[in-house]
Design a protein around this ligand. Structure first.
Ligand SMILES: Nc1nc2c(ncn2[C@@H]2O[C@H](COP(=O)(O)OP(=O)(O)OP(=O)(O)O)[C@@H](O)[C@H]2O)c(=O)[nH]1
Ligand SMILES: [Zn+2]
Length: 317
């Protein structure tokens, strides 16, 4: 069948009314840098609390940015209860940890839950291999997260970077998360020589120190893209239903695959015949991790109750 000829009106429509498709590659708080599909890059103003993030496919019409539908997004609740989107359309999430500064207990578990629930593959990146104490730290990670893919690197000395480059190229689009000072910016600088991201001298007293203020998407020389996000000390997942939590929580499924709980909808609290409670009693699931599971479950249930009652996020201060 002959193709319908485009009308004159369509042909004459000015470019800016049609909108220009692109990708957000940097976020500056009040503006985003968009790489348009024609290769041009321009900053475009956005409202300070707009939900546009790095990795968003966008349409820009008359200097107004509209984010298109996301495949996924990494979101967390900040310490004030506000939901923050960190990046969109990710394939892999690198969780950067190091022997110093210590990653707070539960941080990795909660990031893993958020990543898995958003269909983003988590990868533990153990940085600062050059520091003493790393071997013992790695042994602990192996005991705590036996099923998690893990890579040992040193941004400073270059160890493991070839393998990391390969993983990132294979993955597609990745983001790095980790506590402040774990070395995310240093890793980006090492992987992308010449970008010169600001790195901070570690101040042991100032746990809240931030050296990264802008989130950026970088094209890696060997393939793949990487988003740098600011560091934070806690990671509270938001896009996980309380019912699904156990499914994503590290260490739970391997127990339930051996033998499930008596009740299919068991939340692993006080239900009779609960395999997770049993595993805690037998010492095969740590009491500390179980507490973390219960706390996260409680938080997610509170969020759901508030949502169902049309109330505001109960954690907002
Ligand atoms: N010894 C050693 N120090 C490192 C390594 N990687 C990073 N550092 C140091 O750790 C400190 C923090 O590094 P950054 O790259 O700024 O950490 P960050 O995770 O980006 O921190 P935020 O931007 O605050 O989130 C700096 O003093 C780095 O020089 C490493 O492999 N070995
Ligand atoms: Zn159970």
């Amino acid at each position: 069948m002959a193709q319908k000829k485009p009308t004159m009106r369509r042909q004459q429509k000015p470019q800016h009314n049609n909108g220009k498709p692109g990708l957000i590659i940097s976020h500056y708080g009040v503006a985003v840098l968009v790489r348009f599909d024609n290769g041009e890059e321009h900053p475009v103003k956005v409202k300070r609390n707009s939900d546009h993030v790095v990795g968003d496919r966008v349409m820009v019409v008359d200097e107004r940015v509209t984010s298109l539908e996301r495949r996924n997004a990494l979101r967390r609740r900040d310490p004030f209860g506000k939901v923050r989107t960190l990046a969109a359309n990710l394939d892999l999430l690198g969780i950067v940890v190091a022997v110093r500064p210590q990653t707070p207990s539960g941080f990795i578990e909660r990031v893993v839950v958020a990543a898995r629930a958003a269909d983003i593959a988590p990868l533990l990146i153990v940085n600062k291999q050059d520091l003493p104490g790393t071997t013992a730290f790695e042994d602990q990670l192996q005991r705590d997260f036996p099923a998690m893919p893990r890579l040992a690197v040193s941004a400073k000395q270059g160890d493991g970077l070839e393998l990391l480059r390969h993983e990132l190229a294979e993955a597609g689009r990745s983001a790095l998360v980790g506590v402040s000072g774990s070395g995310k910016s240093s890793l980006l600088n090492a992987l992308c020589p010449g970008i010169d991201l600001e790195t901070g001298d570690l101040n042991e007293e100032d746990h809240g120190c931030h050296t990264t203020s802008v989130s950026t998407l970088l094209a890696l020389p060997n393939g793949g893209e990487l988003v740098d996000t600011p560091g934070f000390r806690d990671f509270s997942p938001v896009d996980v239903s309380s019912e699904a939590l156990a499914h994503w929580f590290p260490g739970v499924m391997s127990i339930l695959e051996e033998q499930p709980c008596r009740f299919r909808n068991c939340r692993h609290r006080q239900e009779p015949g609960c395999r997770i409670k049993q595993a805690v009693t037998q010492g095969t699931f740590s009491e500390q991790r179980y507490q973390l599971y219960l706390n996260t479950l409680e938080e997610l249930e509170q969020l759901e109750t508030a949502r169902n009652e049309g109330r505001k996020n109960p954690f907002c201060r």
